[in-house]
Design a protein around this ligand. Structure first.
Ligand SMILES: CC(C)(COP(=O)(O)OP(=O)(O)OC[C@H]1O[C@@H](n2cnc3c(N)ncnc32)[C@H](O)[C@@H]1OP(=O)(O)O)[C@@H](O)C(=O)NCCC(=O)NCCS
Length: 236
């Protein structure tokens, strides 16, 4: 009994140390993914997404120690100051970044891999029907979830998936896909994953521009065909 108690203490101490290491990784992730992050002081003082994950790591550690009410109080305080609600029971890997943040909700049995990015207004929540132990989604490594997207229920979002802004995802999604719309549907798959969730909005894909460019190409091909048909008719 004594030795089990000792080893569970050791593992909780270990959890405390790994939480600190995870916070350091979360902090670094902001500079890797957000081109707007310029100074260390600016990030420490003004990034509510960073405040929320740092407080969550503390709340999760206290939750694991068994002080559930204290953990909920830390989480409620975090929600009050950041507008981001993360249940202390949620398990979140290192390199987690919430950009802008306001309105994010992460449920109790959510599991999140490493280097995941969320934007404002994202819900990782129950669908109101799952009644088992696990009611919330599991996100693989390097997932990006766009602003306002909802991922509901005990489903799995594979590694490297990109969830479009305002999508409502109700079913598991295989790795390295893009899912958009309501209900979420896969619109793109990739053999290899996306390298990193990088938030340089100037470089975000522009589907309208791409569509215009492809129409311009079709028009110019048709013109060429028309010209050559005219030329061959005019030849004696
Ligand atoms: C989904 C996303 C990540 C792009 O991923 P991608 O793999 O490069 O996908 P594409 O841009 O090639 O889009 C694939 C298709 O989905 C459509 N699409 C993209 N995002 C969509 C969205 N949020 N809702 C509905 N359709 C969307 C595109 O128009 C395209 O349709 P088409 O094939 O008919 O032309 C991006 O569009 C997105 O939503 N990013 C979130 C950004 C965000 O939340 N920013 C907040 C900043 S504060």
């Amino acid at each position: 009994m004594g030795s089990t108690g000792q080893s569970s203490h050791d593992s909780l101490d270990q959890a405390g140390i790994s939480s600190l290491a995870a916070i350091r990784r979360d902090y670094r992730a902001i500079f890797e993914r957000d081109p707007a992050a310029r100074s260390r002081m600016e990030v420490l003082l003004t990034y509510s997404g960073f405040h929320a994950i740092a407080l969550h790591r503390l709340a999760h550690w206290v939750h694991r120690l068994g002080f559930r009410l204290v953990a909920r109080l830390i989480s409620a305080f975090s929600r009050f100051v950041t507008g981001i609600e993360i249940h202390p029971g949620a398990r979140i890997g290192p390199g987690f970044f919430i950009d802008h943040g306001m309105g994010v909700v992460i449920g109790e049995t959510t599991e999140i891999g490493t280097d995941v990015t969320l934007f404002q207004g994202v819900s990782l929540a129950g669908n109101g029907k799952d009644r088992g132990q696990k009611r919330h989604p599991t996100l693989g490594d390097h997932v990006l979830v766009g602003a306002g997207a909802k991922i509901l229920g005990n489903i799995r979002i594979g590694e490297g998936v990109r969830v479009g802004a305002n999508a409502v995802v109700l079913q598991s999604i295989p790795s390295h896909c893009t899912v958009v719309g309501i209900p979420g549907r896969v619109v793109r798959t990739k053999e290899r994953g996306y390298p990193e969730a990088y938030l340089n909005h100037q470089d975000m894909p522009d589907p309208f521009l791409e569509r215009i460019e492809s129409l311009e190409k079709i028009i110019s091909d048709l013109r060429e065909e028309l010209d050559s048909a005219r030329n061959s008719r005019m030849k004696p």
